[in-house]
Design a protein around this ligand. Structure first.
Ligand code: CDP
Ligand code: MG
Length: 149
């Protein structure tokens, strides 16, 4: 069992695609362990995107991510990080296949609707930026036994 951090970015909230985006992760089999609406503080966004500091898109990304409310989610499931990334599609929606969130709903790399942690270690670090332990719930759904062997 693995946990990942997902963010429905400000464009997803503003375009009223929150349900559409969460639906795809949920239908894939990932279980919601935590979820909230928030406006990301600048300091948190800077920590989140620290690996990109100095790159041309860094300032724009931090400004965009803090510009309006987002939905942050902790999703849980077998190989949750890789499963969520595959459901999202490539960073640039133009390279994301149809059937993925970014490939179906996006057209610009800086407005790509959704964030997902890229590795299990990154997920642990990012989850700690957005959630306290008591905000995350572990539980079994009736259908979970049908999602794995
Ligand atoms: O989000 P992902 O892990 O797929 O991509 P990333 O390479 O870690 O970049 C983080 C975010 O920066 C992207 O999701 C975009 O929002 C933004 N970005 C951008 O606006 N322009 C780029 N050329 C690259 C990234
Ligand atoms: Mg990334």
């Amino acid at each position: 069992m693995e946990r990942t951090l997902i963010i429905v970015k400000p464009d997803g909230v503003q375009r009223a695609l929150v349900g559409e985006i969460i639906k795809r992760f949920e239908a894939r089999g990932l279980r919601i362990a935590g979820m909230k609406l928030m406006q990301i503080p600048r300091e948190t966004a800077e920590k989140h995107y620290a690996e990109h500091k100095g790159k041309p898109f860094y300032e724009g990304t931090v400004a965009f991510m803090t510009s309006a409310p987002v939905i942050v989610l902790c999703l849980e499931g077998p190989d949750a990080v890789a499963a969520a990334r595959a459901t999202m599609g490539a960073t640039n929606p133009l390279n994301a296949p149809a059937g993925t969130i970014r490939g179906d709903l996006g057209i610009n790399i800086s407005r790509n609707l959704v964030h997902g942690a890229d590795k299990p270690e990154t997920a642990v670090r990012e989850l700690a930026l957005y959630f306290t332990e008591d905000e995350l719930l572990s539980y079994e759904r009736a259908a979970d036994k049908w999602l794995k062997e």
